[in-house]
Ligand binder design. Structure first.
Ligand code: AP5
Length: 204
């Protein structure tokens, strides 16, 4: 799943994993868990997270490699994000005699993304993801509903800038290999999911 912050990678990956029965490999969540655990690595990672910057490739690759090698299928959410990560993934898959089935490229204008990130909330009780207006918490979720530490206006701006310079070129990289399926991520959650599923189910 390739796409900018707030394009719905996490929202859609969760549904797709349930549909395909594939593990969800979500680096951002792994990073937040390490920070919450208060480990030495977590302290280092927090500095990147708090500034809205990418974590160095070496750390990310060290975490992803065993997970990718462990299963025959998975949904990678938010990885790769740099050309170095994409090339390492290629080498890893070649070594495993495997290949990517497809790359979903979620696309939406920055103003839509900013509004989504500003309204994103997580339930501390259930871990579920909501949006204050587009997907408000239901009455049976007791909350409290918290905002992610990196969803500050300043961080959102920096993360989107980094996406455009570091990650967006990967759209071309995968398009040139015939793997990219572009999806309009500004549509509703159900419509985006339908478009992704149609694209994935059409792959031989
Ligand atoms: P990560 O957790 O991956 O965050 P991110 O890339 O900033 O992406 P987001 O989680 O913000 O957005 P999303 O696309 O998943 O949207 P979501 O579904 O939540 O990474 C965090 C940090 O970890 C990074 O900043 C970096 O430091 C580090 N990191 C991670 N991977 C790395 C890597 N490979 N290399 C280096 N560093 C890495 O949806 C957002 C909101 O919109 C929600 O409220 C949702 O309810 C709502 N929403 C979703 N879809 C729709 C829709 N269609 N209509 C209306 N609302 C919607």
């Amino acid at each position: 799943m390739l796409g900018p912050q707030g394009s719905g990678k996490g929202t859609q990956a969760e549904r797709l994993c349930a549909f395909f029965g594939a593990p969800h490999i979500e680096i951002g969540e792994m990073i937040r868990a390490e920070i919450a655990a208060g480990t030495e690595l977590g302290h280092d990672l927090q500095r990147y997270n708090d500034r809205g910057e990418l974590v160095p490739d070496a750390i990310v690759l060290g975490a992803v490699k065993p997970l990718v090698a462990q299963a025959r299928s998975w949904i990678l959410d938010g990885f790769p994000r740099t050309m170095a990560q994409a090339e390492t993934l290629d080498a890893l898959l070649t070594g495993e005699n495997a290949d990517l089935d497809g790359v979903i490229g979620l696309e939406a204008p920055d103003d839509v993304l900013i509004a989504r990130l500003a309204g994103r909330r997580y339930s501390e009780a259930t871990g579920k993801l909501y949006h204050l207006t587009a997907n408000p918490p239901p009455p049976d979720d007791p909350g409290p509903f918290v905002q992610r530490a990196d969803d500050t206006p300043e961080n959102i701006k920096r993360r989107l800038q980094i996406y455009h310079t570091e990650t967006e070129p990967l759209m071309t990289y995968y398009a040139e290999r015939g793997l990219l399926h572009r999806v309009n991520a500004a549509a509703s959650v159900d419509d985006v999911y339908g478009a992704i599923l149609t694209a994935l189910l059409a792959i031989d």
